[in-house]
Design a protein around this ligand. Structure first.
Ligand SMILES: [Zn+2]
Length: 482
């Protein structure tokens, strides 16, 4: 037997509320993205269950690079999500499984009762916080409902919303976290063929980053996951949609309700910005969905698998010259996830490159670039251990400034032969979890010299890097607008 953890988990969804320009972000959620598409992601943990040794296989995050060729498929899963015109705030979800002799049981997390009204073939047992399902073989079905309006926090905006004629949600709101117990004596290499079917009222449209497979139907493929789960953001209903292909990536911007940012402005940024990020992170996403929503949705950005949500009032570029769109895009394309002491690395890189990429593509001049750096310095939280601090001001202001200083230090110590890009690309090529120690080790390898002193000073002691070199372009009186 062999357990597979299957989760509709997406990019880390660390809080990216840009609503108040780096001031009041909510508490970041713990990193939830499981490892990506690499063999080490199969975190093998020996656990004795029912007298047998089982292996925990983590579901990869999927969707980077070319779409994976499905392996030999031994069973099929058809997910149906239905939204009805008379009550668009509820989703009716059904799983139809076929050829599942190798599936012994499935455990689903009910997430505080968000998933309810479970019905299933075979046997279903509701327990504290989860249900356990022993589907009848060879065919099984499961159904449940889930509300489509969900607040990000007690006082926060909604990260899933259903209006009268549109819905903006993501897979994690429709599919509970699940663990599958396979019987390996029936089929040692069980692998699913999975589809997502969306049933919506007449005249409604459907947008998803998943590969289309007919009208309102999608292929669900999670490379190296045996029980594929739908992922990413999903927009249903009446909404505006614009598509463009940028360097082999099909980019869609969907907009529900009245929003300030136009798809044209987003495409203008991505035309040059996306290729920069795909090269930096050594990934080529096949599809990218950017879904914009209005109030009362969360006034920030949230990254998902091959997709991200952005509040429609968030600008392409903030007054302090950072870009919420490039920041989220970095998260979407980045195949690594942060370890417990390295959220500063992920956030620092996403925010630093949201400025640096603009400089490279010529939309930010030197003055604007320096202004962003001074803003990081002024709004940062200093003299704290980066590896132990969760405050937003540290992760999204202090950390990007330290990334800038680190880039300069690597350039200086290698006579411009290397820079921070080389570190980021190498980490991305290896994937997996990035810890502070692994980040430091990669810097050392790229630079060919120890960076212990730099990390001690600027990461563990949290000292602010000097901005003395920016003096010649200072214009501090003009910087009070944030
Ligand atoms: Zn972020």
């Amino acid at each position: 037997m062999d357990w597979a953890i299957n989760a509709p988990l997406e990019c880390q969804d660390l809080n990216h509320c840009f609503a108040s320009a780096h001031a009041a972000h909510g508490a970041p959620e713990p990193a939830s993205r499981l490892p990506g598409s690499h063999p080490w992601q199969r975190q093998v943990v020996a656990v004795a269950v029912l007298g047998a040794v089982v292996a925990l296989a983590a579901t990869p995050t999927a969707t980077h690079g070319t779409e994976a060729e499905p392996g030999r498929e031994t069973f099929s899963v058809e997910y149906t999500v239905e939204v009805r015109a008379d009550d668009p705030t509820t989703a009716w979800v059904r799983w139809d499984l076929a050829g599942i002799d190798e599936i012994r049981r499935i455990q689903l997390t009910t997430d505080g009762g968000r998933f309810s009204s479970f019905q299933a073939s075979g046997r279903l047992e509701e327990r504290e916080g989860h249900v356990i399902w022993w589907p009848s073989a060879p065919y099984g079905h499961l159904s449940y409902t889930t509300p489509l309006r969900h607040r990000r926090g007690p006082e926060a905006g909604f990260d899933s919303w259903a209006d009268t004629d549109w819905v903006l949600t993501r897979a994690r709101h429709l599919f509970p976290h699940s663990r599958i117990l396979f019987s390996t004596n029936v089929e040692p290499n069980a692998e699913a063929r999975a589809r997502l079917i969306v049933r919506v009222p007449d005249g409604w449209d459907v947008a998803s980053p998943l590969a289309p497979d007919g009208a309102h139907r999608f292929l669900v493929e999670s490379p190296r996951a045996r029980f594929d789960h739908p992922r990413g953001w999903l927009m249903l209903g009446h909404f505006a949609r614009a598509d463009i292909t940028i360097a082999d990536t099909m980019v869609s911007v969907t907009t529900a309700g009245e929003v300030a940012t136009s798809a044209r402005d987003i495409f203008a940024l991505l035309e040059d910005g996306l290729p920069e990020l795909t090269q930096l992170l050594a990934q080529q996403p096949v599809r990218l969905l950017i879904a914009l929503g209005p109030d009362p949705m969360w006034r920030g950005g949230l990254s998902g698998s091959s997709s991200f949500y952005m509040h429609g009032d968030r600008p392409i570029r903030t007054p302090d010259r950072t870009s919420p769109y490039l920041h989220e895009l970095f998260h979407v394309i980045n195949p690594t996830r942060p370890g417990p002491d390295a959220a500063w690395v992920t956030e620092g890189l996403a925010e630093f490159y949201s400025v640096e990429i603009q400089r490279r593509i010529g939309t930010l001049d030197r003055e604007g670039f320096h202004r962003a750096l001074r803003s990081f310095a002024r709004h940062g939280l200093w003299n704290r251990d980066f590896t132990r601090t969760t405050e937003f001001a540290l992760r999204n202001n202090s950390a990007p400034l330290v990334m800038w200083a680190l880039d300069r230090e690597i350039r200086d110590s290698t006579d411009e032969a290397h820079n921070l890009d080389d570190v980021v690309t190498e980490l991305a090529q290896q994937g997996d979890t990035v810890t502070t120690a692994r980040f430091l080790g990669t810097v050392r390898r790229i630079a060919g010299t120890s960076f212990n002193a730099f990390f001690r000073r600027h990461v563990y002691r949290g000292e602010q890097p000097s901005l003395a070199s920016l003096k010649e372009s200072a214009a501090p009186e003009a910087e009070s607008d944030r």
